[in-house]
Design a protein around this ligand. Sequence first.
Ligand code: FES
Length: 99
Amino acid sequence: MKELSSGFEKLILVCVRSRDNRECCMARGSVELYDELKLAMAARDPRVRVVQSQCLGQCSDGITVVIQPDNRWFGHVKSSDIEEIVNWASSGMDLELDF
Ligand code: FES
């Protein structure tokens, strides 16, 4: 095993799981939400990485999004919530960015 340096300070997990004939985030448009959130987060703060995840165990409340290491969980997430999520993810970090 080799310890790696992530280069990121936070991760945002977006569930993109599909479940046949059962409630799931993909059926609610999570792949599209992931794409939008990834672009918005990269524009705001590249120290936060947005990744797709499998089921986060909150299927009936999806689309599920989690910010780590803050352990902030969001359910019923829609495109209109992206700005707020980006704000949450950016909070608590030194915002002196080198752009
Ligand atoms: S399918 Fe997204 S939380 Fe289970």
